[in-house]
Design a protein. Structure first.
Length: 170
């Protein structure tokens, strides 16, 4: 048995293993649902998932499935499992509201001004900002806790802004 054929077997606990006809009809129902949805106007990533699952259910070649999905066969199998359990709508991307920042716009402006100056901590002889110093500065002056990684990101963003403003002569 090929790897693709092994992977296509249903391993869903909600479907009894001794009743393959039930599995086939649920897969056929899912395929019909997917084909009906593909006829509608959909978000591109959602359509790609639906089409890849349809190819999987129609037992197309692994490379065709992976090419259509832009993902591995295993990922498509996970999508199919989720669609079997929760319906095709479970594959839609969750719309996220915009990420809210821990700092207000005013605080961001103040932080940008702070980063233009060398760090000034008691007993600190550093002439330039590090992620650790920024993390301490944010905790003490802004009562905001950021990870070291996020502080590195902030430094990169603000240093890029500083470099651009120096180029512009601001």
């Amino acid at each position: 048995m090929s790897r693709t054929a092994k992977c296509r077997t249903v391993n869903d606990y909600s479907v009894p293993a001794n009743n393959p006809s039930r599995t086939m009809s649920s897969d056929e129902d899912l395929l019909i649902e997917l084909q009906n949805l593909c006829g509608q106007s959909l978000e591109a990533s959602y359509r790609r998932k639906l089409e890849a699952i349809a190819l999987l259910l129609q037992r197309h070649q692994q490379r065709d499935i992976e090419h259509c999905a832009g993902a591995s066969l295993r990922t498509v199998q996970r999508w199919a499992k989720r669609a079997r359990r929760f319906g095709a709508s479970a594959l839609q991307g969750h719309t996220r509201s915009t990420w809210s920042s821990k700092l207000s716009e005013e605080q961001h402006a103040r932080l940008a001004a702070d980063l233009k100056q060398p760090p000034s901590f008691p007993g600190c002889a550093a002439r330039c900002w590090t992620a650790g110093l920024l993390m301490r500065h944010l905790r003490e002056n802004y009562t905001a806790t950021f990870s070291l990684r996020h502080c590195r990101r902030l430094l990169t963003i603000y240093q890029a802004n500083l470099t651009e403003s120096k180029k512009l002569g601001v």
